[in-house]
Design a protein around this ligand. Structure first.
Ligand SMILES: C[S@@+](CC[C@H](N)C(=O)[O-])C[C@H]1O[C@@H](n2cnc3c(N)ncnc32)[C@H](O)[C@@H]1O
Length: 235
Protein backbone atom coordinates (compact mmCIF):
# COMPACT_ATOMS: atom_id res chain seq x y z
CA UNK A 1 0.00 0.00 0.00
CA UNK A 2 1.63 3.28 -1.07
CA UNK A 3 1.68 6.11 1.46
CA UNK A 4 2.09 8.96 -1.02
CA UNK A 5 -1.31 9.16 -2.58
CA UNK A 6 -1.83 12.87 -1.99
CA UNK A 7 -0.08 16.20 -2.26
CA UNK A 8 -1.62 19.41 -0.97
CA UNK A 9 -2.82 21.83 -3.62
CA UNK A 10 -3.42 24.40 -0.87
CA UNK A 11 -3.76 23.92 2.87
CA UNK A 12 -7.25 22.40 2.58
CA UNK A 13 -7.31 20.68 -0.82
CA UNK A 14 -5.76 17.22 -1.17
CA UNK A 15 -4.75 16.35 -4.74
CA UNK A 16 -4.32 12.76 -5.98
CA UNK A 17 -0.83 11.89 -7.17
CA UNK A 18 -2.38 9.15 -9.35
CA UNK A 19 -4.93 11.30 -11.15
CA UNK A 20 -3.81 14.91 -10.61
CA UNK A 21 -7.32 15.72 -9.47
CA UNK A 22 -8.80 16.97 -6.19
CA UNK A 23 -10.58 14.64 -3.75
CA UNK A 24 -13.15 17.36 -3.14
CA UNK A 25 -13.45 21.11 -3.47
CA UNK A 26 -11.88 23.20 -0.74
CA UNK A 27 -14.84 25.57 -1.02
CA UNK A 28 -17.26 23.84 1.39
CA UNK A 29 -16.36 20.14 1.03
CA UNK A 30 -18.75 19.06 3.79
CA UNK A 31 -21.65 21.21 2.58
CA UNK A 32 -21.07 19.95 -0.97
CA UNK A 33 -21.25 16.30 0.12
CA UNK A 34 -24.47 16.98 2.00
CA UNK A 35 -25.94 18.72 -1.02
CA UNK A 36 -24.79 16.34 -3.76
CA UNK A 37 -24.99 12.91 -2.16
CA UNK A 38 -27.33 13.19 0.83
CA UNK A 39 -29.91 15.58 -0.62
CA UNK A 40 -29.31 14.26 -4.17
CA UNK A 41 -30.40 10.81 -2.98
CA UNK A 42 -33.09 12.32 -0.68
CA UNK A 43 -31.64 10.24 2.13
CA UNK A 44 -33.57 11.85 4.97
CA UNK A 45 -36.92 11.08 3.33
CA UNK A 46 -35.72 7.65 2.23
CA UNK A 47 -34.54 6.66 5.72
CA UNK A 48 -37.97 7.62 7.07
CA UNK A 49 -39.82 5.69 4.33
CA UNK A 50 -37.62 2.60 4.62
CA UNK A 51 -39.46 -0.47 5.91
CA UNK A 52 -36.46 -2.82 6.30
CA UNK A 53 -33.92 -2.91 9.12
CA UNK A 54 -30.89 -2.02 6.93
CA UNK A 55 -30.31 0.72 4.35
CA UNK A 56 -27.40 0.08 1.97
CA UNK A 57 -25.30 2.75 0.31
CA UNK A 58 -22.74 2.00 -2.41
CA UNK A 59 -19.90 4.35 -3.31
CA UNK A 60 -17.42 4.39 -6.18
CA UNK A 61 -14.15 5.62 -4.61
CA UNK A 62 -13.76 5.76 -0.81
CA UNK A 63 -10.98 8.36 -0.99
CA UNK A 64 -10.72 10.15 2.33
CA UNK A 65 -13.93 8.60 3.68
CA UNK A 66 -15.41 12.07 4.12
CA UNK A 67 -18.66 11.06 2.40
CA UNK A 68 -18.87 8.05 4.67
CA UNK A 69 -18.37 10.15 7.82
CA UNK A 70 -21.02 12.65 6.74
CA UNK A 71 -23.66 10.04 5.97
CA UNK A 72 -22.79 8.21 9.19
CA UNK A 73 -23.41 11.45 11.10
CA UNK A 74 -26.71 11.89 9.24
CA UNK A 75 -27.74 8.36 10.12
CA UNK A 76 -26.90 8.95 13.82
CA UNK A 77 -29.24 11.97 13.76
CA UNK A 78 -31.95 9.86 12.14
CA UNK A 79 -31.58 7.13 14.78
CA UNK A 80 -31.64 9.64 17.63
CA UNK A 81 -34.83 11.24 16.32
CA UNK A 82 -36.51 7.93 15.40
CA UNK A 83 -35.46 5.32 17.95
CA UNK A 84 -38.48 3.10 17.25
CA UNK A 85 -38.22 3.20 13.45
CA UNK A 86 -37.73 -0.24 11.78
CA UNK A 87 -34.56 1.04 10.07
CA UNK A 88 -31.75 0.31 12.53
CA UNK A 89 -28.53 -0.08 10.53
CA UNK A 90 -26.65 1.63 7.75
CA UNK A 91 -24.45 -0.52 5.55
CA UNK A 92 -21.89 1.48 3.55
CA UNK A 93 -20.02 -0.28 0.76
CA UNK A 94 -17.22 1.41 -1.13
CA UNK A 95 -14.66 0.31 -3.71
CA UNK A 96 -11.21 1.89 -3.63
CA UNK A 97 -8.15 1.12 -5.75
CA UNK A 98 -5.65 3.42 -4.01
CA UNK A 99 -6.47 3.45 -0.28
CA UNK A 100 -5.06 6.39 1.65
CA UNK A 101 -2.92 5.70 4.70
CA UNK A 102 -4.20 6.43 8.22
CA UNK A 103 -1.79 9.42 8.34
CA UNK A 104 -3.23 10.79 5.12
CA UNK A 105 -6.78 10.44 6.44
CA UNK A 106 -5.79 12.18 9.64
CA UNK A 107 -4.17 15.09 7.76
CA UNK A 108 -7.29 15.52 5.62
CA UNK A 109 -9.66 15.45 8.59
CA UNK A 110 -7.57 18.00 10.47
CA UNK A 111 -7.66 20.33 7.47
CA UNK A 112 -11.31 19.94 6.54
CA UNK A 113 -13.49 18.94 9.49
CA UNK A 114 -14.55 21.68 11.87
CA UNK A 115 -17.58 20.03 13.49
CA UNK A 116 -16.83 18.28 16.81
CA UNK A 117 -19.28 15.39 16.34
CA UNK A 118 -17.98 14.70 12.82
CA UNK A 119 -14.42 14.80 14.14
CA UNK A 120 -15.42 12.30 16.80
CA UNK A 121 -16.62 9.89 14.06
CA UNK A 122 -13.41 10.54 12.11
CA UNK A 123 -11.33 9.51 15.16
CA UNK A 124 -13.32 6.24 15.39
CA UNK A 125 -12.63 5.47 11.72
CA UNK A 126 -8.92 6.34 12.02
CA UNK A 127 -8.55 3.83 14.86
CA UNK A 128 -9.71 0.95 12.64
CA UNK A 129 -8.26 2.13 9.31
CA UNK A 130 -7.32 0.52 6.93
CA UNK A 131 -10.15 -1.93 7.32
CA UNK A 132 -12.06 -3.97 4.81
CA UNK A 133 -14.82 -4.46 7.31
CA UNK A 134 -15.34 -2.06 10.19
CA UNK A 135 -18.25 -2.23 12.59
CA UNK A 136 -19.46 0.83 14.47
CA UNK A 137 -22.60 1.37 16.52
CA UNK A 138 -25.48 1.44 13.96
CA UNK A 139 -23.12 1.32 10.96
CA UNK A 140 -21.20 -1.33 9.00
CA UNK A 141 -18.48 -0.22 6.60
CA UNK A 142 -17.14 -2.51 3.85
CA UNK A 143 -14.31 -1.17 1.72
CA UNK A 144 -13.21 -3.40 -1.15
CA UNK A 145 -9.62 -2.53 -2.03
CA UNK A 146 -9.81 -3.25 -5.74
CA UNK A 147 -10.10 -1.74 -9.17
CA UNK A 148 -13.83 -1.21 -9.52
CA UNK A 149 -13.85 -2.55 -13.08
CA UNK A 150 -12.34 -5.82 -11.93
CA UNK A 151 -14.54 -5.92 -8.87
CA UNK A 152 -17.79 -5.39 -10.82
CA UNK A 153 -18.10 -9.06 -11.91
CA UNK A 154 -17.81 -10.09 -8.24
CA UNK A 155 -20.43 -7.49 -7.39
CA UNK A 156 -22.84 -8.80 -10.04
CA UNK A 157 -22.67 -12.32 -8.66
CA UNK A 158 -23.18 -11.10 -5.08
CA UNK A 159 -26.57 -10.75 -3.41
CA UNK A 160 -25.98 -7.11 -2.48
CA UNK A 161 -28.73 -4.65 -3.26
CA UNK A 162 -27.82 -0.99 -3.13
CA UNK A 163 -30.50 1.52 -2.06
CA UNK A 164 -28.47 4.61 -2.95
CA UNK A 165 -25.29 5.15 -4.95
CA UNK A 166 -22.70 7.86 -4.50
CA UNK A 167 -20.89 8.04 -7.87
CA UNK A 168 -17.73 9.83 -6.79
CA UNK A 169 -14.80 8.94 -9.05
CA UNK A 170 -12.38 11.66 -10.06
CA UNK A 171 -13.56 13.84 -12.92
CA UNK A 172 -14.66 11.82 -15.98
CA UNK A 173 -12.04 13.60 -18.10
CA UNK A 174 -9.23 12.41 -15.80
CA UNK A 175 -10.65 9.03 -14.79
CA UNK A 176 -13.02 7.80 -17.55
CA UNK A 177 -12.96 4.14 -16.47
CA UNK A 178 -15.07 4.97 -13.40
CA UNK A 179 -17.88 6.35 -15.56
CA UNK A 180 -18.29 3.80 -18.37
CA UNK A 181 -21.58 2.28 -19.58
CA UNK A 182 -20.21 -1.22 -18.80
CA UNK A 183 -19.49 -0.28 -15.20
CA UNK A 184 -22.85 1.46 -14.74
CA UNK A 185 -24.63 -1.62 -16.18
CA UNK A 186 -23.00 -3.78 -13.51
CA UNK A 187 -23.91 -1.28 -10.78
CA UNK A 188 -27.47 -1.03 -12.11
CA UNK A 189 -27.83 -4.83 -11.77
CA UNK A 190 -27.12 -4.53 -8.05
CA UNK A 191 -29.39 -1.53 -7.49
CA UNK A 192 -32.53 -2.13 -5.41
CA UNK A 193 -35.99 -1.51 -6.85
CA UNK A 194 -36.51 2.27 -6.42
CA UNK A 195 -32.77 2.64 -5.72
CA UNK A 196 -31.27 6.04 -6.53
CA UNK A 197 -27.94 7.62 -7.42
CA UNK A 198 -26.38 11.05 -7.22
CA UNK A 199 -23.17 12.44 -8.65
CA UNK A 200 -21.44 15.83 -8.77
CA UNK A 201 -20.84 15.66 -12.53
CA UNK A 202 -23.24 16.50 -15.35
CA UNK A 203 -20.85 15.47 -18.14
CA UNK A 204 -22.86 14.42 -21.19
CA UNK A 205 -20.86 11.20 -21.66
CA UNK A 206 -21.68 10.19 -18.06
CA UNK A 207 -25.35 11.02 -18.57
CA UNK A 208 -25.46 8.93 -21.77
CA UNK A 209 -23.73 5.99 -20.07
CA UNK A 210 -26.11 6.06 -17.09
CA UNK A 211 -29.11 6.08 -19.44
CA UNK A 212 -27.59 3.25 -21.50
CA UNK A 213 -27.23 1.21 -18.30
CA UNK A 214 -30.96 1.65 -17.60
CA UNK A 215 -31.06 4.48 -15.03
CA UNK A 216 -33.64 7.27 -15.24
CA UNK A 217 -31.45 10.37 -15.18
CA UNK A 218 -32.27 13.96 -14.28
CA UNK A 219 -30.16 17.10 -14.36
CA UNK A 220 -30.29 18.97 -11.09
CA UNK A 221 -28.97 22.33 -9.87
CA UNK A 222 -25.28 21.89 -9.01
CA UNK A 223 -23.63 22.89 -5.73
CA UNK A 224 -22.31 26.44 -5.37
CA UNK A 225 -20.92 27.73 -8.65
CA UNK A 226 -21.50 24.43 -10.45
CA UNK A 227 -24.36 24.72 -12.93
CA UNK A 228 -25.60 21.12 -12.91
CA UNK A 229 -25.20 17.66 -11.40
CA UNK A 230 -27.01 14.37 -12.07
CA UNK A 231 -29.48 12.43 -9.97
CA UNK A 232 -31.69 9.49 -10.87
CA UNK A 233 -33.17 6.15 -10.05
CA UNK A 234 -33.48 2.60 -11.28
CA UNK A 235 -35.76 2.72 -14.34
C1 LIG B 1 -12.99 11.90 -5.83
S1 LIG B 1 -12.18 10.60 -4.96
C2 LIG B 1 -13.41 10.02 -3.86
C3 LIG B 1 -13.66 10.94 -2.71
C4 LIG B 1 -14.32 10.22 -1.57
N1 LIG B 1 -15.60 9.69 -1.86
C5 LIG B 1 -14.28 10.98 -0.28
O1 LIG B 1 -15.29 10.99 0.47
O2 LIG B 1 -13.20 11.50 0.03
C6 LIG B 1 -12.17 9.28 -6.14
C7 LIG B 1 -11.59 7.99 -5.59
O3 LIG B 1 -11.71 6.96 -6.57
C8 LIG B 1 -10.57 6.12 -6.49
N2 LIG B 1 -10.41 5.40 -7.77
C9 LIG B 1 -9.96 5.89 -8.94
N3 LIG B 1 -9.99 4.95 -9.92
C10 LIG B 1 -10.49 3.83 -9.33
C11 LIG B 1 -10.79 2.51 -9.80
N4 LIG B 1 -10.57 2.17 -11.08
N5 LIG B 1 -11.30 1.62 -8.93
C12 LIG B 1 -11.55 1.97 -7.62
N6 LIG B 1 -11.27 3.20 -7.12
C13 LIG B 1 -10.76 4.11 -7.94
C14 LIG B 1 -9.44 7.10 -6.21
O4 LIG B 1 -8.30 6.46 -5.68
C15 LIG B 1 -10.11 8.07 -5.25
O5 LIG B 1 -9.91 7.71 -3.91
Amino acid sequence: MTTTNIVWYDSVTPLSTHFNDVYFNSDGAIAETRYVFIEGNKLNERFLAHTQSTFTIGETGFGSGLNFLIVWQQFCHFRQKNPNHPLKRLQFISIEKYPLSADELQAIYSAVINEPDLLNLARQLEKQWPCQYCQFPDVDLNVFFADINQFSSQLISSNLLIDAWFFDGFSPAKNPSMWSAELFSALYERTAHNGTFATFTAASEVRRNLIKAGFNVRKHQGYGKKREMLIGCKG
